[in-house]
Ligand binder design. Structure first.
Ligand SMILES: [Zn+2]
Length: 141
């Protein structure tokens, strides 16, 4: 599996009203304009709402891991671009996700965000670090 952490998510911004959408839209959801530009979304955001997926989603498109399904957290991450992105949320056991700051760690097959605690304890340190470092550089700009 390739590590796609350096690349972020691409959304769209309406040239008329500024509304940001993810996934990128062909027409503005707010004003209907079709004058949209591509927008690279921020790599870091805050958990806006979340829940735990306790049963395996319909497959396909869901691909259960080889070791079998285990419940995972999903939710919306509010990005500073003004859009909320739905994705899988990685955290360590017992960590409170409400309002937690998370970093994009992969984009495929679905957006996946992680807390800094998860990134520190990740069994796959190659996943997460790149995104976290890029986000750190971004916020230092
Ligand atoms: Zn618009």
């Amino acid at each position: 599996m390739s590590v796609e952490t350096a690349q972020g998510l691409t959304g769209s911004r309406c040239a008329r009203c500024g509304n940001v959408a993810y996934p990128a839209a062909s027409g503005c959801q707010r004003c209907g304009s079709t004058e949209l530009t591509s927008l690279e979304l921020a790599l870091k955001g805050v958990v806006w709402a979340h829940t735990v997926q306790r049963f395996a989603p319909k497959s396909p498109p869901y691909v259960p891991p080889a070791e079998g399904f285990t419940p995972f957290a999903v939710g919306y991450v509010e990005l500073p671009d003004g859009v909320r992105v739905e994705g899988v949320l990685e955290s360590v056991d017992g960590e409170d996700l409400a309002g937690a700051e998370v970093v994009l760690v992969s984009t495929a097959p679905v957006p996946r965000f992680a807390t800094s605690a998860w990134i520190e304890h990740s069994p796959r340190p190659d996943i997460g670090r790149t995104g976290a470092e890029t986000a750190a550089k971004e916020s230092a700009r």
